[in-house]
Design a protein around this ligand. Structure first.
Ligand code: G1P
Length: 289
């Protein structure tokens, strides 16, 4: 049976980004750049590539820069036009295709990822939707969300991206238990948020790309606080997996954890080494070190 197309993408961007203080005292961590584009723009471009037309940002304090980024900057455009800087004008004007719609919802209390997703319910409504955590970047010729959309078209249900993570780091993630680790996609039997290393059900950790069925919303409404005393999306997915099919998919590509300083630096180096204007000079510089 043909699966409905995923049109809506939710970006939970309400977090305080304290790991990057003082850089994130007044601006959103999602506005930190990788070379010349903010993290959030990479995530939105990935959603657009996968066919999404409605971007839903669940925001919080210090996030006005995200709204400004996806809005028209009239003063900037007038100035660039007056100076005939046409290439820059094109960049400023074409942050997203004009057919793409952006909505912003404020998450007034930082109660966790599950709560952020529940805040998006009035806009998402009763259809399957994508969730992208902009901290997680995946570099591959086919975007990570597009890969998951392709899988979900075959399997139906909900699909989440997973990657193999070392035992030392597994406690920072949602971790899945699947019926057959040899297959891909894999049927999720159970999922647990930030398990202790000794009880982690596998080494397959959730990376921030999900396609979820709207059934997740009533489950989230009933989900109490879990790991970190927050309402966890993972806990709701664990309940969903008892009611409907949830698949985990090992995507192709290099994943960068841009929620950490080291990950942000690695992504910067990775993207600079393939940037058309910078690649040659930057490689020479790295070799000279
Ligand atoms: C969130 C999710 C977690 C997932 C991770 C991926 O955790 O709760 O399940 O594995 O993103 O980056 P956070 O990084 O917000 O603590």
């Amino acid at each position: 049976m043909a699966q409905p197309t995923i049109k809506k993408a939710v970006f939970p961007v309400g977090g305080l980004g304290t790991r990057f203080l003082p850089a994130t005292k007044a601006i959103a961590k999602e506005m930190l750049p990788i070379v010349d584009k903010p993290l959030i723009q990479y995530a939105v471009e990935e959603a657009v590539e996968a066919g999404c037309t409605d971007m839903v940002f669940v925001t919080g304090r210090t996030k006005k820069s995200i709204e400004d980024h996806f809005d028209t900057a009239v003063d900037l455009e007038i100035e660039l036009q007056a100076k005939q800087k046409t290439t820059l004008l094109d960049i400023a004007r074409n942050i997203i295709p004009s057919s793409v719609n952006c909505s912003f919802i404020r998450q007034s209390h930082p109660l966790g990822l599950g709560h952020a997703i529940l805040c998006a319910r009035p806009i998402v409504g009763d259809e399957p939707f994508a969730v992208l955590l902009p901290d997680d970047m995946v570099d591959h010729k086919t975007g990570c969300l597009q890969q998951i959309v392709d899988v979900q078209r075959q399997t139906g249900g909900s699909t989440i991206a997973v990657d193999e993570i070392s035992a030392d780091n597994i406690t920072a993630y949602g971790v899945v238990s699947v019926d057959n680790t040899e297959s891909n996609p894999m049927r999720v039997r159970h999922i647990v948020e930030k398990p202790p290393r000794t009880t982690a059900p596998s080494n397959l950790a959730v990376i921030g790309r999900y396609i979820l069925q709207p059934k997740i919303f009533p489950i989230l409404e009933k989900t109490g606080r879990g790991a970190g005393d927050e309402i966890q999306l993972t806990d709701a997915i664990a309940v969903l997996a008892q009611q409907q099919q949830v698949h985990a998919f090992r995507f192709d590509g290099i994943r960068y954890d841009c929620g950490s300083k080291l990950g942000l630096l690695k992504a910067t180096v990775g993207y600079a080494m393939k940037h058309p204007e910078l690649a040659d000079e930057f490689r020479k510089y790295l070799n000279s070190l």
